[in-house]
Design a protein around this ligand. Structure first.
Ligand code: HAX
Length: 425
């Protein structure tokens, strides 16, 4: 049996003491002041949340529990999940136990399939994923324990149980959504012996994909998208919902609804659409001049260039670099990947000319779709679901942390336009 509960119990005692000391000795220190522009501008840059699972310095990008992405791109999703939860990588035995524990939780009840099958055939795959997670809410141990009157100090335990159950089941749910949405035949049952990545690839059942190479890509994909600190739309939504003591099923489903937006996780779908439309327009991989023309036309029509820009980052996203290196190494002549490369050589220069854009560099979504496309996963409305499978690791780990630290309900204060008018007059 995995020692994750014991390991976390020790850590949580320490973390709680640390938080208590911080509040006793520095509770009145100012983290951020907020201007009127920031209140109108999506609270950009306002430091008002605590999140220890990862951080995103604007000049570095993703750092998971102190480890920059570059250092962990070769580990497995199981290892990164353990790292997100505990702050340390498991040793060999603990990893084996943790992975085995997850394998015992894979089974998805039939009522989930029945609900998904009853949905309209053209439902978006993200709608189906969010629905599947909320339908599973009746399984929540947290909700049951809360009803029984569990002590606040112990809330993290059923939250962790719920989290392990969701992470173990989500590859099967996601794969089934793929097969249902795109008429790929019967759902493929999970293999009780396979790890998260291998089983997800197996259950997607994509023919003609080089299984080993696709497996390597999927492992990288599931690690690279795992978390992105606490203030992005899906994390903030997840955290806010969870702070009302709504269980992880409620909060994760809500977080996924945010991930489904084109300015957030759906950008990977939008990006591949943009690339394929460009290729269709010019008959093949565009030349530099053709790509420039396409970017200018898109900007002139008032649309964003998907996959470029970021609310926090001010450098090339290291997740972009990781996928770009993978493509360069494994399939540099793939026409879709080559188009990603042409845009990478063109878009930042064009965006730099637009004064209001703070970050002209690519984010992860500029390249991730081309990777999946190469391996035969070509239905790009599905891409955000793959992102969500990975992000379930970080969002559930954040929820465990929030219950571990006994964070209160989130409730910032809003002001009216009249209040602001009075303030500035
Ligand atoms: N193309 C065109 N215009 C862009 C742009 C882009 N790629 N990036 C920013 N801008 C525009 C913004 O729309 C904004 O215009 P308005 O003031 O007219 O609204 C202006 O430049 C200033 O924006 P910013 O301060 O640089 O960036 P924001 O923090 O407001 O927004 C976004 C960050 C990621 C939403 C933005 O860069 C964008 O829309 N990018 C394209 C969509 C995208 O790739 N999203 C995925 C981001 C990563 C992620 O969350 N993945 O899940």
């Amino acid at each position: 049996m995995s020692k994750i509960f014991e390991r976390l119990a020790d850590k949580i005692e320490l973390w709680r003491r640390e938080a208590k000391d911080i509040l006793a000795n520095g509770g009145e220190k100012v983290l951020s002041e907020i201007t009127v522009s920031q209140a109108y501008g999506g609270m950009r840059g306002v430091r008002s949340l605590i999140c220890d699972t990862s951080r995103v310095p604007q000049e570095q990008g993703l750092i998971v529990r102190g480890k920059p992405l570059k250092e962990i791109i070769n580990i497995s999703p199981e290892e990164v999940f353990y790292l997100l939860l505990t702050g340390e990588l498991p040793d060999k035995t603990e990893l084996e136990n943790f992975s085995e524990n997850l394998k015992t939780r894979k089974f998805v009840p039939d009522y989930v399939w029945n609900v998904l099958k009853a949905m309209p055939a053209n439902s978006h795959p993200m709608t189906m994923l969010s629905t599947a997670i909320i339908v599973l809410q009746k399984e929540s141990l947290f909700a049951r324990e809360y009803d029984r009157g569990i002590r606040k100090e112990d809330y993290w335990k059923p939250t962790l149980e719920d989290s392990l159950n969701i992470v173990a089941k989500i590859p099967a749910i996601a794969a089934a959504i793929y097969r249902m949405s795109f008429n790929k035949g019967e759902i493929i049952e999970p293999d009780p012996d396979m790890d998260l990545t291998g089983d997800y690839v197996h259950m997607l059942g994509i023919e003609n994909a080089d299984k080993d190479e696709f497996n390597n890509l999927m492992k990288l994909y599931l690690v690279a998208h795992c978390d992105h600190e606490g203030g992005n739309v899906s994390a903030f939504a997840n955290q806010t919902i969870n702070s009302a003591l709504s269980d992880v099923y409620y909060s994760l489903s809500g977080g996924f609804n945010g991930l489904a937006g084109p300015l957030h996780g759906l950008a990977n779908q939008e990006c591949l659409k943009f690339i394929l439309e460009t290729m269709e327009k010019f008959g093949d991989t565009p030349t530099k001049e053709q790509a420039e023309k396409q970017v200018k036309e898109t900007l002139d029509s008032g649309k964003v260039i998907p996959g470029y820009g970021h609310a926090v980052l001010r450098v090339i996203d290291p997740r972009f670099e990781a996928f770009f290196d993978f493509g360069k190494k494994n399939f540099p002549d793939d026409p879709v990947f080559k188009t990603v490369e042409v845009f990478f050589n063109v878009v930042p220069n064009e965006l730099k000319k637009v004064e209001k854009i703070k970050n002209p560099w690519p984010n992860v979504d500029a390249v991730s779709g081309s990777m999946l496309y190469h391996f035969g996963l070509r239905e790009f409305s599905y891409y955000t679901v793959v992102f969500a499978v990975s992000r379930s690791l970080g969002l559930t780990a954040q929820s465990v942390m929030n219950r571990a630290l006994m964070h209160p309900i989130i409730r910032p204060k809003s002001v009216t336009t009249q209040y602001v008018k009075n303030l500035i007059s």
